[in-house]
Ligand binder design. Structure first.
Ligand code: MIC
Ligand code: SF4
Length: 638
């Protein structure tokens, strides 16, 4: 039986465990990336590990999230990150150079390499045939130190594409179709490998749109083969030397297969407030729109913005629509400028932002109360835009541009028979002057007042009495646990200040209750912790004394972050146990040492009612050790 591309790359990098065995595996990481909202912690952790320089082939630190400088905090963080990059041997992509995933694709991604990034959309690199995975900052810090990255041996799903996209339908509609079929939790534990004859019709940036938003499936990663399209892209980036052909064996075995006929797709939109609530744009047509945002790491390549500009050329955005364009990279923005397309965007009334995450993470451009905002982004969780009652729809650049012109959700096919043709450039404008190479290992680290020491996890006692401060529903996101946005993000390197905002959207007053309790637990439904990789969603609860999260299931990255922070990720043994436990009750856990060492369900007492419920865990031997040691940082130092 032949091998999938995923298994080939995993096999080349395997350091522990067995492929196909279903257990935990360790892999060697070739490249890492961090961004400024997660990077401060990652480099503080790398510093705490105590190595002088990174041991990867390449590590890059990007500044792209916290670019609104309302106070000193973000600039302080950037100065810290720049000095840490120089000292530890990391490339530093300055503020204004673009979004980590877009720039990494353009300038650093290499087919067949492994990439670990402290951002959930790191799988964007899968568009180039890399095995690119998102993780918490601490996992990335360990990988920078040369340590293996551990993951559950993934199930590999083949997404077989046939045919070619019809006019006005683009890559975003493909991944929205996958989300419609698979759902936001359907990808947990899986890697989506794209193939079939339709794959060859997609350029590398189009593929990257798909692998980027594979994160919204909860998937471990997504990957395309490295073929002629990949070669053309790398050649146009003046990096053809980085190309090598890579594909699955023709008789490769897969856990599942998903067939998509590209020719049968139509423009789609994800409705508020989940990326898998997908409808045809035509069915939503006529809904008034107050804001249209084009950009983010999903859809802000040269192809996407040139297409947008061509659709808008010679016309104006509807007077009721605020049209925002955030280019993905300085390369894209300068090429738009040189081609004149930037003028077309400005003439159409676009508010052009610097190349950064911007509105995608609520860094400015919060929509008006109750507004409908169409975005080419990847997440539409309630409140993430900065406006709690805004309704965010996720769409392609084509649908966004058509709707910006009309002021209502518009199926772009209504604009005519064929969209303006945008050819992939023969050569991109390559200028790496805003990427600073690694500096002197003696560089002193700059530490402004916003850089606070790392919180330290406690080790596991044998008995715990834990008030359940909150009982939450299904699909709780890390934006619910640790909100982002322009007001809160500047506190990412200041855990005590950040802690005041924990669980704000779903459990107001959480921080005060947790502090009063000393030690506590949180209960939740399915897919707890989906979304962002931010380890702050574990670090902050740990800082506030949360010792266990008991859920029906967990999202991959967040579960790993909980363990890394020494918080027990427990599961309800049965549905009835979930029903029985209520917020405000106290859970008494005894014999925890034995319970963690064993693999059997164990009892927990609800103090108020005297009822016993049964809990379990699915920790690997390595994870059991981490929990006992009080998390990954303590364990690594030991
Ligand atoms: C996001 O899209 O939610 C972020 C902001 O990029 C996060 C990282 C973070 O919270 O800093 C992610 O996707 O991992
Ligand atoms: Fe930035 Fe948004 Fe992409 Fe996250 S999803 S990396 S915030 S552009």
């Amino acid at each position: 039986m032949g091998k999938s591309l995923t298994h080939k790359i995993l096999a080349e990098h395997l350091t522990a465990g067995e492929l196909g065995g279903g257990g935990e595996i360790g892999i060697k990481i070739d490249q890492t990336l961090t961004q400024d909202a997660t990077g401060t912690m990652a480099y503080l952790q790398f510093e705490a590990i105590g190595l002088p320089r990174v041991r990867t082939e390449l590590s890059v630190s990007y500044i792209d999230h916290n670019t609104l400088q309302n106070g000193f905090e973000n600039a302080d963080d950037h100065a810290f990150l720049q000095s840490a990059a120089a000292r530890f041997g990391v490339y530093f992509s300055r503020a204004g150079n673009g979004i980590c995933h877009q720039v990494h694709l353009e300038r650093f991604g290499i087919p067949g390499k492994t990439l670990l990034g402290s951002d959930s959309h790191t799988p964007t690199g899968g568009g180039l045939g890399m095995l690119a995975i998102g993780a918490g900052g601490l996992d990335v810090a360990v990988a920078m130190g040369g340590g293996s990255f551990y993951l559950n041996d993934p199930q590999v799903v083949l997404v077989r594409l046939c045919g070619a996209l019809p006019p006005w339908v683009s890559a975003k509609d493909i991944i929205l179709e996958v989300l419609r079929r698979v759902s936001v939790k359907g990808g947990v534990g899986k890697i989506f490998e794209y193939g079939g004859p339709g794959a060859a019709t997609l350029t590398a940036p189009e593929r990257a749109t798909i692998t980027n938003m594979g994160a919204e499936l909860g998937a471990t990663s997504s990957i395309f083969p490295s073929d002629e399209q990949t070669r053309l892209f790398l050649r146009a980036q003046k990096r053809e030397r980085d190309w090598r052909p890579l594909a699955a064996d023709p008789d490769a075995a897969y856990a599942e297969t998903l067939d998509i006929d590209l020719g049968a797709l139509q423009p789609l939109a994800a409705r508020p407030h989940m990326p898998d609530l997908v409808s045809p744009a035509a069915e939503l047509a006529g809904t008034p729109v107050q804001q249209v945002c084009i950009g983010s790491c999903t859809n802000s390549s040269y192809r996407d913005l040139m297409t947008t500009a061509a659709i808008l050329k010679g016309r104006s955005a509807h007077p009721d629509v605020s049209l925002v364009v955030a280019p993905g990279s300085r390369q894209t923005l300068t090429m738009l400028a040189l081609s004149g397309a930037l003028t077309d965007l400005l003439d159409a009334g676009a508010r052009v932002l610097e190349p950064a995450c911007g509105p995608c993470i609520g860094m400015g451009q919060a929509p008006a109360s109750g507004a409908v905002s169409l975005r080419t982004f990847n997440r539409n969780f309630a409140g993430r835009s900065g406006t709690a009652d805004a309704g965010i729809y996720l769409v392609s650049p084509e649908t966004a541009a058509a709707s910006a012109l009309s002021g209502v959700i518009t199926d772009p096919r209504s604009l005519g028979a064929a969209p303006p043709a945008v050819a992939a450039p023969e050569i991109f404008r390559v200028d790496d002057s805003m990427i600073i190479p690694p500096g002197d290992p003696e560089t002193p680290i700059t530490r402004g007042p916003n850089i606070k020491p790392l919180p330290v996890a406690p080790s596991l006692p044998d008995a715990l009495s834990l008030p359940v401060i909150a009982k939450l529903g299904d699909n709780i996101t890390t934006d619910d646990i640790m909100p982002a946005g322009a007001k809160v993000l500047p506190l990412r390197s200041n855990v005590p200040a950040l802690a005041e905002h924990a669980f704000a959207p779903v459990s107001p007053g959480f921080a005060a209750k947790a502090k009063a309790a000393g030690a506590s637990a949180v209960a939740a439904g399915w897919n707890y912790g989906q979304g962002s990789s931010r380890e702050h969603a574990a670090l902050v609860p740990m800082y506030l004394g949360v010792r266990a999260v008991i859920a029906r299931s967990f999202a991959r990255i967040h579960r790993a972050n909980l363990i890394n922070s020494g918080i027990l990720p427990l599961l309800f043994a049965e549905d009835a146990d979930f029903e029985r436990l209520r917020a405000g009750q106290t859970l008494s856990l005894t014999g925890l040492g034995a319970a963690v060492s064993g693999d059997e369900p164990f009892p927990a007492l609800i103090v108020e009612t005297g009822e016993k419920i049964r809990l379990r865990h699915d920790l690997s031997e390595r994870q059991k050790q981490l929990i006992r040691a009080g998390g990954l940082l303590n364990a690594t130092r030991q």
